[in-house]
Ligand binder design. Sequence first.
Ligand SMILES: CC(C)(COP(=O)(O)OP(=O)(O)OC[C@H]1O[C@@H](n2cnc3c(N)ncnc32)[C@H](O)[C@@H]1OP(=O)(O)O)[C@@H](O)C(=O)NCCC(=O)NCCS
Length: 149
Amino acid sequence: MKQLELSLKTISGQETYPVRHPVLREGRPLSECEFEGDEDATTIHLGLYSKEKLIGVATFLKKSNPCFSEKVQYQLRGMAILQRFQNKGHGKIILDEAEKLLSNKCHRIWFNARKIAVNFYEKNGYKKTGEPFEIANVGVHYVMTKKII
Ligand SMILES: CC(C)(COP(=O)(O)OP(=O)(O)OC[C@H]1O[C@@H](n2cnc3c(N)ncnc32)[C@H](O)[C@@H]1OP(=O)(O)O)[C@@H](O)C(=O)NCCC(=O)NCCS
């Protein structure tokens, strides 16, 4: 990890809320921060800390998308960096470390990406697939994916 004060840890689903809530569910009830599968034994929540402060989170759920043929696939959900820490390479650090961690567990990562985040994911080697689609209250999304190993 480049910046010395940064550390990445596995955390619980609820520990992601201080980042999920302001970044992904601003102004909505805290209960909307809970995702289906958060508590599954195969789910991995990653937290990026700057010193002691949690600044970014991402969740990886063992879940297959029928568009892809690989036997073991993980879905990325809830990728978020606190606003004042965005555009500093923190998102890339989480994705890079997650790919290393998942490389012996799965063959493909996929997710529904918000249109505004598509550039970020493309720069990190993910590709759009299929037509854009609407998720109610959130907006236009694309399925994006990368084959792992
Ligand atoms: C999308 C998101 C997770 C990306 O995380 P991030 O830490 O901002 O991402 P990075 O800093 O690694 O990359 C973002 C951009 O900053 C640029 N960047 C990286 N390091 C930089 C630096 N040191 N100085 C300036 N720019 C930098 C990258 O090139 C990238 O450019 P792009 O916007 O053209 O893709 C984050 O911005 C976020 O939480 N957004 C709101 C929630 C969201 O949309 N989540 C995704 C749901 S699908």
